[in-house]
Design a protein around this ligand. Structure first.
Ligand code: NAD
Length: 281
């Protein structure tokens, strides 16, 4: 059981993508700490399920239908949150993901790949796939920040973005996702500088490799055994395992609590079992 952070109780947290695998665990922990939590998701039924689970445990939560790429939609969600829970103190930009049209089949290009019509090489990637991934991961964090941070400029606030191990060094096969998450690290720094005087802290968490719906197809073979890629990841993770969503919670609470990290802004914290530290040799 994680320690109680009294500073968080009674404050309002907004979690985009809050019904996703990683962010629903964050939302539940923030509610357990006494925060009022708004789950913002395109699919409000999924969000409602998480909100109901929080309420069953005695917490306070609402689910709000919201596409983070639709500015009007996010503004409407802001109004709902303000009315039902009060102004947002903590925004977690959790909505993110990948797209098949922005993923190459092979890690390294080889002669003959262009002629091989059954293979999706770099040259077969669709701009629409790139556009989707850039928009979802980068613009999908920018729009909620614009909408929810406006009021924070009056009384301070806290924003946590979700980066990835694909940001510091790009991962093979996923060029758009890697570039978009590198953009998140960069934007996190920019925002932290821009809003330092306004009392808004902006940091990011970079999860290592967690087995979730988003990457299940890449990490597990059809029979449920580890794919070649998953073996590679485990071999490159000194702690020798995938992360569990709960592994993120200590860092989340540390960054969320002004008493703990009040002088910390503009950083991306890896929670990766040592993946980033390891050169592979
Ligand atoms: P997930 O797919 O379970 O959750 C993503 C959530 O975002 C889903 O609830 C989805 O409905 C929501 N979403 C997608 N598009 C949206 C939109 N336009 N508007 C509103 N909501 C939208 O994925 P996850 O693995 O829990 O990932 C959460 C975050 O962590 C993402 O930013 C992801 O890139 C990042 N991440 C995941 C891993 C991992 O190993 N799973 C590693 C590093 C970073």
């Amino acid at each position: 059981m994680l320690p109680t952070h009294e500073d968080l109780a009674g404050k309002t947290a907004v979690v985009t993508g809050g019904s996703g695998v990683l962010c629903q665990v964050m939302a539940k922990e923030l509610a357990r700490q006494g925060m009022k939590v708004a789950i913002l998701n395109r699919n409000v039924e999924k969000g409602q399920k998480v909100a109901d689970e929080i309420k069953e445990q005695g917490g306070m939560a609402i689910a709000v239908s919201c596409d983070v790429l639709n500015e009007e939609n996010v503004k409407e969600a802001y109004e709902v949150v303000k009315q039902e829970l009060g102004e947002c103190d903590l925004l977690i930009n959790g909505a993110g993901g990948n797209h098949p049209d922005a993923i190459t089949d092979k890690e390294i290009f080889e002669a003959g790949d262009i002629e091989n019509t059954s293979l999706k090489s770099f040259f077969d990637l669709q701009l629409s796939g790139f556009d989707h991934v850039f928009r979802l991961n980068l613009i999908g964090s920018l729009i909620p920040t614009q909408v929810f941070a406006k009021k924070m400029t009056e009384y301070g606030g806290n924003i946590i973005n979700i980066s990835s191990m694909a940001a510091p060094a790009p991962m093979t096969k996923v060029p758009a996702y890697s570039a978009a998450k590198a953009g998140i690290d960069n934007l996190t720094k920019w925002l932290s500088v821009h809003f330092a005087d306004a009392g808004i802290r902006i940091n990011a968490i970079a999860p290592g490799f967690f087995l979730t719906e988003q990457n299940r197809g890449l990490l597990l073979d059809e029979d449920g055994s580890l794919s070649e890629r998953a073996e590679k990841i485990i071999n490159h993770t000194p702690q020798g395992r995938f992360g569990k969503p709960e592994d993120l919670l200590g860092t989340l609470l540390w960054l969320a609590d002004d008493n703990m990290s009040g002088f910390v802004t503009g950083i991306t914290v890896p929670v990766d079992g040592g993946f980033m530290a390891y050169s592979g040799v």
